[in-house]
Design a protein around this ligand. Structure first.
Ligand SMILES: [Zn+2]
Length: 239
C-alpha cells in the first residue's frame, strides 16, 4: 500500500553520503497528539477522560480503563456526516484516503491559510495536503485552548475543492476559525469530497513529500473518530 519513490536509492548497499538521507527517509514520525485527562478540547465539546476501573495495584487481576470522549478529541478524522446530514460516516471512508503519499506544506501566514500563499505550491488533483502552520510549535505546548490558531480561510477552502485534493490535514482542532465559526469551511471541504484530519502535531516534520498512515476508529455512522497518524519523509526538502 505504501510505496516510496526512494526505494531505488535506498536499495544501494553503500551508506556513505546517503546515510543521512536514508536515516531521515526511513524514520516514521508520530504526528498524533496523546490522549490524556485534562487535555485541551474544543470548548463546546465534551472533555476527554480515562479512568482505570480495574487496577492491579488494588488487587485486580488486570488493568482496565474506561474512556469518555467527544469523537473529535485530539487527532481525529472528520467525516462528511459531521456537517452534512446525508453524508458518509467515518466507517465509510475509503481506506486509502489517508494512506499513501502526502505533502506537508509550511504556511507562513500567522492568521490563516489563504489561496495567495497556496498558489506557489501548485497543488494537484488527488493530493493529500497537510498544513504545517505556526500552530504546531505553539498550541500543543499549552494546557489552555488557543482561540487564535491558524485556520483555513473560506477562500482557501474553495480553492482546495477546486483543485480536487482528496485529504486536508491541519495542526489544531478545527479547519475553520474559532472566532468566525468553522461551519463554512467544514461544509465546503466535506461537501466537496475532501476528507479532513484535525489535531495533527507537525512540529517534528519538515515540508515536502511524506508517506502517511492514518486510520480512524471504525465508528458505525461516526461523524468523526480518533485516529493515529504517522509520517515518513520521502526526500529531504522535496516539495
Ligand atoms: Zn473534527
Amino acid at each position: 500500500m505504501i510505496r516510496t519513490s526512494h526505494d531505488t536509492t535506498s536499495s544501494s548497499p553503500q551508506e556513505g553520503d546517503s546515510e543521512t538521507n536514508h536515516r531521515m527517509e526511513s524514520r516514521w514520525i508520530d504526528v498524533s497528539v496523546p490522549l490524556h485527562n485534562a487535555m485541551v478540547h474544543w470548548p463546546s465539546d465534551p472533555s476527554f477522560s480515562i479512568k482505570r476501573v480495574k487496577d492491579m495495584k488494588h488487587g485486580d487481576t488486570a488493568n482496565l480503563s474506561v474512556i469518555s470522549m467527544g469523537a473529535h478529541s485530539g487527532t481525529h478524522i472528520d467525516a462528511p456526516l459531521h456537517f452534512i446530514q446525508q453524508g458518509q460516516g467515518v466507517d465509510k471512508m475509503p481506506l486509502d484516503t489517508a494512506l499513501g503519499r502526502a505533502r506537508v506544506i509550511e504556511i507562513r501566514d500567522i492568521e490563516s491559510i489563504k489561496p495567495e500563499e497556496l498558489l506557489s505550491h501548485r497543488i494537484r488533483r488527488g493530493e493529500r495536503i497537510l498544513f504545517k502552520t505556526q500552530n504546531s510549535s505553539r498550541v500543543w505546548r499549552v494546557s489552555k485552548f488557543v482561540e487564535d490558531f491558524v485556520f483555513i480561510s473560506d477562500e482557501a477552502a474553495r480553492f482546495l475543492v477546486e483543485r480536487g485534493v482528496r485529504l486536508v490535514g491541519v495542526d489544531y482542532l478545527s479547519v475553520g476559525s474559532f472566532k468566525q465559526g468553522g461551519s463554512y469551511v467544514h461544509k465546503t471541504l466535506l461537501s466537496g469530497g475532501v476528507w479532513i484530519i484535525e489535531g495533527l502535531d507537525l512540529s517534528q516534520v519538515g515540508p515536502g513529500k511524506h508517506d502517511l498512515i492514518c486510520l480512524p476508529l471504525k465508528l458505525d455512522e461516526g461523524d468523526g473518530a480518533p485516529a493515529r497518524a504517522i509520517l515518513r519523509p520521502v526526500r529531504r526538502g522535496g516539495a
